[in-house]
Design a protein around this ligand. Structure first.
Ligand SMILES: *[C@@H]1O[C@H](CO)[C@@H](O)[C@H](O)[C@H]1NC(C)=O
Ligand SMILES: *[C@@H]1O[C@H](CO)[C@@H](O)[C@H](O)[C@H]1NC(C)=O
Length: 192
């Protein structure tokens, strides 16, 4: 009986006690900055150039697709050091480089798994980077790839990139992709 009474007392206390203040100070955890995240939008063009005299995308592992796979590229691994420019013209201002790799990740779909660092070289973003990692369903006119982190001005960034192919040359393999990137960086990340 006493135990039941105690249980009821605890439940009624819980119901009337206001929720703990989210920012109540503790000795073991501190919220350094309660301010809002910085939201940054970036728009640029990615050039994947697999052939010609100066390729920026090089296949280092051959496909492993079998006759029953409808994606003949499945298993191919491509290393990239692709330019990122201000407009769709590869001769326009260089804003950064996409360095890393992608692999044809689906036996039956047009998909590449991207794992790249986008290092920027322009303006206040010079020296900062974003990590882009996820599946890119490049057969779709628009698709989304996660931004999983960053450095410098983008320290602790989280976000997403919406991709749209603007030019595809099926003879040379040269592809130009518009990137519309939205990233949130917490003010508490410091440094900037
Ligand atoms: C596509 O690439 C081929 C081979 O490099 C080239 O001859 C052709 O002019 C390109 N097409 C366009 C539309 O740029
Ligand atoms: C870029 O993405 C943002 C956020 O998703 C969106 O509001 C904006 O309309 C997009 N811009 C273009 C040119 O597509």
């Amino acid at each position: 009986m006493a135990r039941l009474f105690l249980a009821i007392l605890i439940i009624s206390m819980a119901a009337t006690t206001p929720p703990a203040q989210a920012q109540a100070p503790t000795n073991w955890a501190k919220r350094l900055n309660p301010g809002p995240d910085t939201v940054t939008n970036l728009q640029f063009y990615f050039h994947d150039i697999p052939s010609g005299t100066n390729p920026t995308a090089v296949e280092v592992v051959q496909p492993v697709a079998t006759a029953s796979d409808s994606n003949p590229f499945f298993g191919s691994v491509v290393l990239v050091d692709d330019p990122l420019t201000e407009t769709a013209d590869v001769g326009s201002k260089l804003v950064g480089r996409a360095q890393g790799m992608y692999t044809a990740s689906s036996r039956n779909e047009a998909a590449i798994f991207m794992s790249m660092s986008f290092g920027f070289v322009d303006g206040p973003y010079d020296g900062s980077s974003l990590s882009v990692m996820g599946n890119n369903l490049y057969g779709n006119p628009t698709r989304e790839v996660p931004v999983s982190g960053g450095t410098g001005i983008f320290r602790m960034a989280r976000g997403y990139a919406v991709l749209r192919s603007v030019a595809v040359n099926s003879t040379s393999g040269y592809v130009v992709v518009n990137y519309n990137v939205t990233v949130y960086t917490p003010a508490a990340a410091g440094a900037y």
